[in-house]
Design a binder for this molecule. Structure first.
Ligand code: COS
Length: 382
């Protein structure tokens, strides 16, 4: 469901103002403290950011994909950790429930997810299971007499786990392979669930990832998401959408970096004139601009296709691959245009350079995106 154009334009302008006036001035503080301050989280809640993609009947803004992409691009203009605060609620932490939840499950959880009252996480990756997501080892054994599944295993690199109240967990109920995997909604407070301290990362300070351990956690049968054996498909559908959202964030980050490059290049003088007048600098700006525009077009087109109900598995992989690789190149050029200043923390460019590196890895590496693109292309005959 789309918003009426005027309401959407107003929403987008309000979010852009929030990004420029409230979030951008606090980027250094967030990076230094490795936390998002409470007043910023409250500001995000007030704007409805936690519920962007949740249907209006459950208290969300109910944006369609094209609208959500507009917001993702706007949020890409600030540190990725800011978006991560509500990123799991909007994407991988809620969409399994939106797509495959029962009416009871939706009514119980979605309003609290949309308001930001609870934080959600998506628990797929494990110590021995990354790209080969169909081989998860975490087990869920049905105890029919008690009406519960008993979960045992460890999940790794789980975004927002230390703040999460609800996990979507992919666990094995059947035999080997993708068809033996089932999804569960697992509340944080169930006995036996523990979250390890967050990891030290290369970038995106303020966004945390942790191990999550399940030691005989009894999950009510009513918390199963979809049927037994459907969990992998739930995860893949959620990831298709998530990859497109991330591609939007990459486009926003590239736009921000191009703005920073231009601003520095027009102010910085060498050999008696602004470095923006040198063609070697212009080439870096031009390549960045053209590549960013191309990625934006692909991301926007893919969002429209999803809103039209088309299969977008290939398109999402192509958008994620294109946009995440593009922003990596743009960030590298941004450091280069800034010269020595690009390497100094105070300018914030080296921080973006580290932050955007993750986009080529999480929600499926560039290698996995290429694998999906090749498979789908070959399946379709070209
Ligand atoms: N949407 C819906 N269904 C999908 C799907 C999608 N995007 N992708 C696969 N499926 C279905 C397949 O159709 C197949 O169904 P059937 O059993 O009915 O035939 C089933 O899921 C298994 O698919 P497939 O055989 O393609 O699984 P693979 O084990 O070969 O894995 C990849 C496919 C590699 C694409 C998958 O494991 C993947 O995306 N890995 C990366 C995981 C990831 O992104 N991790 C990041 C961490 S989570 S933030």
């Amino acid at each position: 469901m789309a918003l009426d154009p005027e309401t959407y334009t107003q929403l987008l302008e309000t979010i852009e103002r929030f990004v420029n006036e409230t979030l951008r001035p606090r980027e250094g503080e967030v990076a230094e403290t490795d936390e998002i301050p409470d007043d910023l989280v409250q500001g995000m809640k007030d704007l409805g950011l936690f519920g962007l993609s949740i249907p209006e009947e459950y208290g969300g803004l109910g944006l369609n994909m094209a609208e959500e992409i507009g917001v993702a691009i706007a949020l890409g203009h600030t540190s990725p950790a800011m978006r991560s605060t509500f990123g799991t609620n909007v994407g991988i932490g809620s969409q399994g429930l939106v797509m495959s939840g029962t009416d009871e499950q939706k009514a119980e959880w979605l309003p609290k997810i949309a308001s930001g009252e609870i934080i959600t996480s998506f628990a797929l990756t494990e110590p021995d299971v990354g790209s080969d997501a169909g081989s998860v080892k975490t087990r869920a054994e049905l105890d029919e007499a008690k009406g519960v599944y008993r979960l045992n295993g460890t999940k790794r690199y789980i975004t927002n786990a230390d703040k999460a109240d609800l996990f979507t967990v992919m666990a094995r109920t059947g035999g080997e392979g993708a068809r033996g995997v089932t999804s569960f909604l697992v509340p944080r407070d169930l006995p036996g669930l523990s979250v390890a301290p967050h990891e030290k990362k290369m970038g995106q300070q303020g966004a945390h990832v942790c191990d999550v351990n399940f030691d005989d956690v009894e999950v009510p049968v009513a918390n199963r998401l979809g049927e037994e054996g459907e969990g992998f498909k739930v995860a893949m559908r959620v990831l298709d959408r998530g990859r497109l959202h991330i591609a939007g964030v990459c486009v926003g980050a590239a736009e921000r970096l191009i703005e920073e490059m231009v601003s520095y290049a027009t102010e910085r003088k060498q050999f008696g004139k602004p470095i923006a007048e040198f063609q070697l600098i212009q080439a870096m700006i031009a390549d960045s601009k053209a590549e960013c525009m191309a990625a934006r077009a692909l991301v926007e087109q893919t969002a429209k296709k999803r809103d039209a109900g088309e299969n977008i598995t290939l398109d999402c992989a192509a958008a994620k691959l294109t946009a995440s690789e593009m922003v990596g190149r743009v960030a590298d050029r941004a450091v280069q245009v800034h010269g020595g200043a690009g390497y100094i923390a105070d300018y914030g460019i080296e921080r973006f350079y580290r932050d955007v590196r993750l986009f080529r890895i999480y929600e499926g590496t560039s290698e996995i995106q290429r694998t999906i693109i090749a498979r789908e292309t070959i399946k379709a005959g070209g």
